[in-house]
Design a protein around this ligand. Structure first.
Ligand code: AMP
Ligand code: MG
Length: 371
């Protein structure tokens, strides 16, 4: 156990002495949780294997899941990767600093543990002033996965970091809620055709504008990869972003989704479960807890609120969360990816749900509860 220091820092004008203290912790091999525009990161000197090892340990992260390396200036890229082609330059020009992570052949000097033994490295330049200043002052690229225990929803508030990691990190920089609320887009440029390995803050549509054709890996949509032994992105194979509650996503036309969710909520509550609903557009569900992700026309706002709502429902003792599905456009792709992964693949078609609630509710119950 260590004593975790928490320091508030202004997001627009990061207080120099505070950031300097954080930077000196990074320099001496310590761990600092810090805000980025996506989620809070758990940072360590990317070139210090012992510090990076501590990140894996504290997060309980599987050792084959590599970390994203964060840089503050384009020139830093040369330390982290080999092979900087026109695509990297164009994308960096257009989206950095910002929520886009590029996977490129690694620089041999980057420690193996940071990239989990792969030949590639994932790198990005975050847009948050606190993050940028911290990296600059630490004078080294910072390896930083999300600052949560592995598998839990990512932290969008400093309190979330403390919940998961108090007593295990040296310092938490608290700059209030993060802007985007879901993680960066991970784009694989290691082969000829660019492939999105994880949808995130930069959308598919935006990337296509720069690159032309961009593929979306099936696992990035959130479809489970059955039988695939070597996923392109190690992070793909793990259940992720999950609240303690069981999560069920209902997809289909909105009117059916709402009817289906209400019917299912009634069924589960009648069997004694505490049921939460993750809805939209101020729609009034009858449930034990209700969170509203905002207007359906604004998936970016929904993405921003998602992780926080999942954690809040956990805190309220919700046992089953029923979530409306979203259209997979813009930030909606990242949002649905997180919902699908958090559900562990429990996705229901609304029309079928409505039919089965009438004809064989116990079958639906078994499908969801597994018993
Ligand atoms: P997190 O640190 O929690 O934001 O997760 C980082 C994501 O980037 C994980 O899904 C990793 O599997 C993925 N990632 C990191 N490095 C690489 C790499 N070299 N190749 C492919 N995916 C990577
Ligand atoms: Mg993560």
């Amino acid at each position: 156990m260590v004593e975790t220091i928490v320091l508030r820092v202004d997001r627009e004008n990061p207080d120099e002495p505070v950031v300097k203290r954080a930077a000196s912790i990074i320099k001496s091999g310590g761990l600092v949780a810090f805000p980025t525009e996506t989620v809070y990161g758990l940072g360590a000197d990317a070139f210090n294997p012992a510090a990076v090892e501590r990140v894996f340990k504290v997060k309980e992260r599987p050792p084959d899941n590599p970390l994203i390396v964060h840089i503050a200036r384009f020139e830093d890229l040369y330390d982290v990767v080999a092979d900087i082609d026109w695509r990297v330059e164009e994308l960096a020009k257009r989206f950095w600093p910002g929520p886009l992570t590029l996977v490129v052949k690694k620089n041999p000097s980057l420690p193996k543990i940071t990239v989990a033994g792969l030949e590639t490295a994932a790198v990005r330049m975050p847009r948050h002033k606190v993050a940028l200043r911290l990296i600059e002052m630490a004078e080294t690229p910072i390896a930083a996965p999300s600052a949560n225990k592995s598998g839990r929803p990512s932290p969008t508030l400093a309190e979330h970091v403390l919940r998961d990691l108090e007593g295990e990190v040296d310092l938490v920089l608290d700059a209030g809620p993060t802007d985007i609320g879901v993680e960066s887009t991970v784009l694989d440029l290691a082969s000829e055709k660019p492939v999105i390995l994880r949808p995130g803050g930069v959308t598919l549509e935006e990337l296509e504008n720069v690159l032309g054709d961009v593929e979306v890996h099936p696992a990035a949509i959130g479809l489970l990869l059955q039988g695939e032994t070597a996923p392109r992105s190690p992070g793909m194979k793990y259940r992720h972003y999950a609240p303690r509650a069981r999560l069920v996503v209902v997809e289909g036309a909105l009117k059916d989704v709402r009817r289906g969710i209400q019917g299912l909520a009634d069924l589960l509550r009648s069997r004694g479960f505490r049921v939460g609903v993750l809805g939209s557009d101020s729609y009034a569900y009858r449930a034990d807890a209700l969170r509203d992700l905002g207007p359906r026309s604004n998936p970016a706002q929904a993405a921003k609120l998602l992780f926080r709502c999942l954690r809040e429902m956990d805190d309220e003792g919700v046992e089953i969360i029923l979530a409306e599905g979203w259209q997979e456009e813009g930030l909606g792709l990242a949002l649905m990816n997180r919902l699908r992964k958090a559900s562990g693949g429990v996705m229901l078609d609304a029309r079928r749900l409505i039919r089965e609630l009438k004809s064989s509710p116990s079958r639906i119950y078994t499908e969801i509860m597994g018993t």
